[in-house]
Design a protein around this ligand. Structure first.
Ligand code: BGC
Ligand code: CA
Length: 300
């Protein structure tokens, strides 16, 4: 790794509450992300420093572009196409119909263009969730939904190894980063195992992404950090400190994929606490890391 200075910069200030799911849209050179409980999808244009936002009628866990130029979301309980101008949703499939208090959380596309997104049970305050209510779903490119496993607490980070043989996954509360054998052709996953364990006092493992060296960058919710881990050894390789505690996710972006965009939540933070961390609910960019990410997978 180079010895360049890392720099943490504020890019979008106080633009929402539960900011999540950053995705670099390489076709438009923009960053798209969601405000899950604020029912909003945002698009940030770095070249003009403009933020474009659309309000929708439900919570939104994750957003991804599609190969045919549309926008797909994992909403509260369903996968839908989103119309950016009107905010209208065109529902594809509903999930968790027996659990009306559940909602989608994090989601991402795999290397074959399927959209994976998991749900979670009702949450009283950040990370105080009704346990084991969630399920991991996958919207296949034929628009059919597969359910992969249940008993999920807070479905979070997803990433696929560079050889496309492993899917990495975080269910936040147990403190493990897990791996599955992943079959790119069929979308099947099997052989779930823990690859690293983080004690809760180091923060809650949240969203993640992978770099071109196959290392994982993981948002550490409640501890103002993004950590870089080696998934093969479990070793922590690096820590970046952000100016607010509830770091929810990160992705690489910029034209060379050498900028790490980070989302930080302001949800459930008291007025008093907000005085101490006024930049909660903002988007940050970290540069000078000496590593790059890969173009994000999109749907279709
Ligand atoms: C969820 C939050 C949750 C947090 C910490 C986030 O991904 O969106 O609802 O509080 O993880 O577990
Ligand atoms: Ca997350």
């Amino acid at each position: 790794m180079s010895a360049r200075e890392e720099k943490v910069e504020l890019v979008v200030k106080n633009c929402g509450k539960l900011l999540e799911g950053p995705h670099w849209d390489g076709a438009n050179d923009t960053l798209i992300f969601v405000d899950i409980l604020g029912n909003a999808v945002h698009r940030y244009h770095p070249q003009t420093d403009k933020l474009q936002s659309v309000k929708i009628d439900e919570n939104v866990g994750a957003v991804v572009p599609t190969k045919d130029g549309r926008t797909l979301i994992a909403g509260r309980h369903s996968f839908s196409f989103l119309d950016w101008t009107s905010g209208k949703l065109d529902q594809i499939a509903a999930v968790d119909s027996d659990k009306p208090d559940n909602r989608f959380n994090d989601g991402k596309c795999d290397p074959a263009g399927r959209f994976w997104a998991g749900t979670m049970g009702p949450e009283k305050k950040p990370a105080e969730v009704l346990l084991n209510q969630g399920t991991m779903y996958c919207l296949n490119t034929d628009l059919k939904v597969t359910s992969h496993f249940d008993q999920v607490n807070i479905s979070n980070g997803l990433a696929w190894s560079l050889d496309h043989k492993t899917m990495y996954y975080i269910d936040t509360l147990p403190g493990y980063l897990d791996a599955f054998d992943y079959n790119k052709e069929t979308g099947e996953i099997k052989n779930r195992r823990h690859i690293l364990k983080v004690p809760n006092n180091e923060g809650l493992l949240d969203g993640m992404c992978i770099d071109t060296e196959g290392m994982l960058w993981v948002a550490m919710f409640s501890k103002s950090k993004v950590n870089r881990y080696n998934p093969n050894t479990g070793e922590k390789l690096k820590t970046i400190t952000l100016p607010a505690t509830n770091v929810t996710s990160c992705c690489f972006g910029g034209k060379d994929y050498d900028e790490l965009y980070v989302t930080i939540s302001a949800e459930g933070i008291s007025e008093e606490e907000l005085q101490k961390q006024p930049l909660a609910g903002s988007i940050f960019k970290v540069t000078g890391l000496g590593v790059r990410g890969l173009p994000a997978n999109i749907f279709g």
